[in-house]
Write a protein that binds this ligand. Structure first.
Ligand code: SF4
Length: 339
């Protein structure tokens, strides 16, 4: 890592955004892999990154998890875990056909969007999904009704939509979008399709909303905001955008090694947050680095408390029972505190 600047204006304040870091869906997905490694016969495979964070994936790989991109890399009869982002039904069907033992770590809030897609498709709607092409979650959701779904990412995309019946249109959204951009997309959809139906607001999950709300508050108080998260993490990228919209420079970093001294030159107040897939120890390392270089004070601005917690999937409990093993007790700490 480059040495952080000590000359010129020093960073006096580090402002931590709260909530930040792990959400309940990520916490659950990681726990599913950890518990599966204890109760299932090896090898245990995970299709795709369980959550979008290299540090998390490496830690689970070190404990014995095998990460693959596709089911074709999983041997017959093996155990495979589906990631928190969800899967298309075709993947589930392939696993069933091959007799793989499946544990589904899809976040329940992603599953909710899949169920909405299935319902609208069954009722004959064309479904507009607001989301980012190629993101694992979008690929999975589109797979629920590929013939009926249309993907848009921006309000300008709405004019280009060609649906068979403009009177029978529904919308859904990816769970990790920008709250403000999504509102603009939904307004554009409502203008073009006045009879459009959809969720009462959008499908953006509580964790995405809360982390963006915290960034809005902190970005107004700091000179620069560091967002700790992976380049392929949708919600982490959105945090950077939210800050920049507020004209507070913001940078996405994997960890303390990515900090560039020039970003902090002249910044007296530095904000720090983390995407929903980022373990808290990476935040602590960044804070420690800044404190060591600048002697800065640390305070937290917490806009809301979170106590969401999801249960483990039944198939994991069944597999533990089959193996005559018991799942470890869950530690009960709030997700964001579990590093
Ligand atoms: S970011 Fe939201 S939808 Fe994604 S895993 Fe977390 S709680 Fe679930």
């Amino acid at each position: 890592m480059a040495t952080l600047p000590l000359a010129g204006a020093r960073t006096e304040d580090i402002v931590l955004a709260g909530p930040r870091g792990f959400c309940a869906g990520v916490d659950r997905a990681i726990e599913i892999v950890e518990q599966a490694l204890k109760v299932c016969p090896p090898p245990v495979y995970v299709r795709k990154e369980i959550v979008h964070n290299r540090h998390v994936v490496e830690a689970l790989r070190a404990k014995g998890a095998h990460f693959v991109d596709e089911l074709s890399e999983v041997p017959d009869d093996a155990t495979v875990i589906f990631s928190a982002h969800g899967i298309a039904p075709a993947v589930r069907e392939e696993a069933r056909r091959r007799g793989l033992r499946v544990i589904d770590a899809t976040c329940p809030l992603v599953t909710k969007v899949h169920l909405e897609a299935i319902r609208y498709a069954r009722e004959g709607y064309s479904i507009i999904l607001v989301g980012h092409a190629d993101h694992d979650e979008v690929v999975g959701t589109m797979g629920e009704a590929p013939d009926r779904m249309f993907l848009i990412a921006h309000p300008e995309d709405v004019d280009r939509l060609a649906v068979p019946d403009p009177e029978k249109v529904a919308y859904l959204t990816q769970t990790t979008l920008s709250v403000d951009d999504t509102r603009d997309c939904i307004e554009a959809l409502r203008r073009r399709f006045p009879r459009i139906v959809g969720p009462s607001k959008d499908d953006i999950c509580y964790a995405t909303q809360n982390r963006q709300a915290a960034v809005k508050t902190v970005a107004g108080e700091v000179d620069v905001l560091l967002v700790i998260g992976a380049a392929n993490s949708s919600n982490a990228n959105r945090l950077v955008e939210v800050s920049r919209v507020m004209r507070t420079p913001s940078y996405l970093i994997n960890d303390k090694h990515d900090i560039r001294p020039e970003w902090l030159a002249g910044a007296r107040r530095v904000g720090i947050t983390a995407g929903a897939s980022t373990p808290e120890f990476l935040v602590s390392e960044v804070v420690e680095e800044l404190r060591r270089a600048h002697g800065a004070q640390v305070r937290e601005v917490r806009v809301v408390e979170e106590d969401v917690r999801f249960g483990l999937p039944r198939e994991l409990e069944d597999m533990a029972r089959e193996a005559d093993k018991t799942l470890s007790a869950r530690d009960g700490t709030a997700p964001a505190e579990r590093a």
